[in-house]
Ligand binder design. Structure first.
Ligand SMILES: *Cc1c(COP(=O)(O)O)cnc(C)c1O
Length: 395
């Protein structure tokens, strides 16, 4: 066993999923968003556990991610949220991935491939309503209806949009987006195009707008055990499935006034014990996304946090922990070694240290241990190469 590892409890993810499902409006279903390797938790493992728990719909960003799930036996619906590149289209169709159509070029591309393969292309139409990213604008809708009616291979199974400010709980803006979405849907339906799955909610909108659950909700953040932001009522019993651990590889008694680390940013104030852990920023420790402050107080908070970190003090929730006790960082985080000021915390060499590693920036080199029903869970590829899964292919 290596000195640093990450334990991921799939049962906790399943339980978070069930919490979400228990709050669904009747008629709606939960699509598990497992993009970016399930937010760093492991897309295959998470999807397999959720499929076992009854989840039949998944979403990823790229075709590659979708094919990867297929390879490991995820047979449910897989929606590709991002744009599709030409070289991926054929595999995507053969593997029966559902593709997002967000502009006319893509519509044409998919129609062309559908015709070449003589296969229906299952698609979700994306409407752009205020995110400023991808999707058809309201002025595109007339042309879109014509294109959809004339197409022989594009089969719209869904239509959706994505909220820009749901986590900020901006009611006015969310409503504008929702109204634009509904207008778009109405326009398409008025011209005889019926689309079975309408969906708008991410985690934040799911919590705040039960009346917008529609046919399905697309949930990522809640599954990994987080609320999407401050201010949400903590009504779901969510738990964190993820813990990153390393071991103390050295402990040393030092006198007061000892400098620690590069640039000597830390100097012990008393005689104390310093512990060394074999992890650093190359593992993802202290690698934070650049935060854009939301207002003046947030700016102060971020400045304070960064200044404190410079002196080896971690503010905020995420701290190192040994035997249930918080310990402070001493000095700058190194490439692969980091020093802790152990103070009076009872511990010895070899003890486990819980480290604050962000899921999405934890180095993939670090060993992941998956747990399912109290046992280590491992996966294997079930498909060598790809057999076509499209229902119209006989295989
Ligand atoms: C990532 C994403 C989601 C999931 O968002 P969460 O807030 O993590 O639940 C839903 N829909 C789209 C289009 C996304 O890109």
């Amino acid at each position: 066993m290596s000195d640093t590892w990450i334990d991921i409890d799939l049962d906790v993810i399943v339980s978070n999923y069930q919490e979400v499902v228990s709050r669904l409006r009747p008629g709606s279903q939960c699509m598990a968003v497992v993009k970016a390797d399930a937010y760093g938790l492991g897309a295959v493992q998470v999807s397999l556990a959720l499929a076992e728990a009854g989840c039949t719909a998944f979403a990823v960003t790229t075709v590659k991610e979708g094919l990867h799930l297929r390879k490991y036996g995820i047979n449910g619906d897989i929606l590709v949220l991002g744009p599709v590149s030409t070289e991926d289209v054929k595999d995507a169709i053969l593997q029966n991935l559902q593709l997002t159509v967000s502009d006319f070029e893509m519509l044409e591309l998919l129609e062309q491939f559908g015709s070449e393969l003589s296969l229906a292309v299952n698609t979700h139409i994306k409407l752009e309503t205020g995110m400023g990213r991808t999707g058809f604008l309201s002025q595109d809708l007339d042309k879109l209806t014509v294109c959809l009616r004339e197409s022989s291979y594009i089969k719209p199974v869904g239509i959706y949009t994505h909220f820009a400010r749901a986590a900020q709980r901006d009611k006015a803006y969310n409503s504008i987006q929702y109204e634009r979405f509904n207008n778009g849907v109405e326009k398409l339906e008025a011209s005889g195009i019926s689309i079975p799955f309408k969906h708008v909610c991410n985690s934040a909108a799911f919590l705040d707008y039960p009346e917008w659950h529609l046919d399905l909700v697309r949930i990522g953040t809640l599954l990994i055990g987080h609320y999407p932001g401050p201010g949400f009522k903590r009504e779901l019993k969510l738990r964190d499935p993820w813990v990153a651990k390393t071991k103390l590889v050295q402990i040393r008694d030092v006198p007061s006034g000892t400098y620690v680390g590069y640039q000597s940013t830390y100097k012990t104030k008393n005689a104390t014990r310093l512990g060394v852990i074999p992890v650093g920023y190359s593992d993802g420790i202290g690698v934070e996304p650049h935060l854009t402050p939301q207002g003046f107080f947030d700016l102060l908070k971020i400045m304070l946090k960064n200044t404190a970190l410079l002196f080896g003090v971690q503010l905020g929730r995420e701290k190192m922990q040994i035997n249930g006790q918080p310990v402070r960082l001493a000095g700058k985080i190194g490439m692969q070694l980091t020093v802790l000021d152990l103070g009076r915390v009872a511990c010895q060499r070899g003890d486990e240290v819980i480290i604050p590693l962000r899921r999405t920036t934890a180095n993939p080199r670090i060993v992941r241990r998956y747990w399912r029903e109290g046992r280590i869970f491992s996966i294997r590829s079930i498909q060598e190469g790809f057999l076509p899964l499209h229902p119209e292919c006989s295989n």
